[in-house]
Design a protein around this ligand. Structure first.
Ligand code: NAD
Ligand code: ZN
Length: 248
């Protein structure tokens, strides 16, 4: 437990923590991460953004996959790792929580919307690629379950897509800018549950380190950025983080 104490020391000294999360912060909520084989994400092929735009068969595959994965995400509840991040915020230490997740669990755990930046969008909404109107994902799920293979916009008939970022799709400019600003301003970058191989998201902790902030990583498996970190803990986030926060 020496490493938990080392993490607690970093948290205690910090005033502006940038928390950077990936799928691993939500596995204890029952949402499998991306890289575990045989999971819900593997049953249908990944659809790249350009294919989705031009190929009706790719659109069909996209919504088939989404129809199956959405209920898992919708049913999930925040776990002790999400709650411990909220505790850091209540202690006045959280600058920003930058997440690659689309599950909305940081907000549901109690973080204010302005404390969370979603680099890969949000799965609770669907957006029309033509008129930008937004529809709750629940309403679209009802259509899919009723047999619609590729849903279209009720307002303009345009193509709908989850308000999430697909492979090959640009990240939201404002979210990325806010994350980069926080990387420059933070005095600690705490990475939780990310393999740190998905770019440009993984640039955020790199940038924080370049600006002089210490980096701590809680991740079950090794990451390419471990050498950059002051503290690396390869255990469950839902156990380690609450234990460290309890020492503050
Ligand atoms: P990833 O799947 O590449 O890596 C997750 C990492 O978390 C792994 O290295 C794993 O060892 C670790 N991990 C798993 N459970 C853990 C736990 N309990 N405690 C500590 N570490 C744990 O995830 P990524 O880096 O976020 O990149 C994958 C992409 O997939 C992201 O872009 C993300 O948007 C998307 N995704 C999101 C969700 C979600 O919203 N919950 C789920 C799956 C995938
Ligand atoms: Zn529309």
């Amino acid at each position: 437990m020496d490493d938990v104490r080392a993490l607690a020391d970093l948290l205690r000294a910090a005033r502006r923590i940038l928390v950077f999360t990936g799928a691993g912060v939500s596995t204890e909520s029952g949402i499998p991460d991306f890289r575990s084989p045989g999971g819900i994400w593997d049953r249908y092929p990944v659809v790249y953004y350009d294919e989705f735009l031009r190929d009706p068969e790719a659109q069909r595959q996209y919504w088939l996959r989404s129809r199956e994965t959405y209920p898992v995400v919708a049913a999930a509840a925040p776990n002790p790792a999400h709650t411990a991040i909220v505790a850091l915020d209540r202690l006045g230490k959280l600058l920003l929580c930058v997440t690659q997740n689309i599950d909305g669990l940081h907000q549901r755990a109690g973080l204010a919307a302005e404390r969370v930046v979603e680099l890969h969008g949000n799965g609770q909404w669907v957006v029309c690629l033509d008129c930008d109107s937004r529809t709750p994902r629940d309403a679209i799920q009802a259509e899919l379950v009723a047999g619609t293979e590729v849903p279209h916009c009720a307002r303009c008939g345009g193509l709908l897509k989850n308000a999430t970022i697909s492979f090959g799709q640009m990240l939201p400019v404002e979210a990325l800018a806010a994350a980069e600003r926080a990387a420059r301003e933070c005095d600690l970058c705490l990475v939780i549950g990310s393999s740190l191989v998905v770019y440009p998201a993984a640039n955020i902790p790199v940038s924080a380190a370049q600006h002089g902030a210490p980096v701590a990583i809680i991740n079950a498996s090794p990451t390419p950025l471990d050498a950059l970190a002051q503290v690396v803990i390869r255990e469950k986030a839902g156990v380690v983080l609450p234990a460290a926060v309890a020492q503050l």
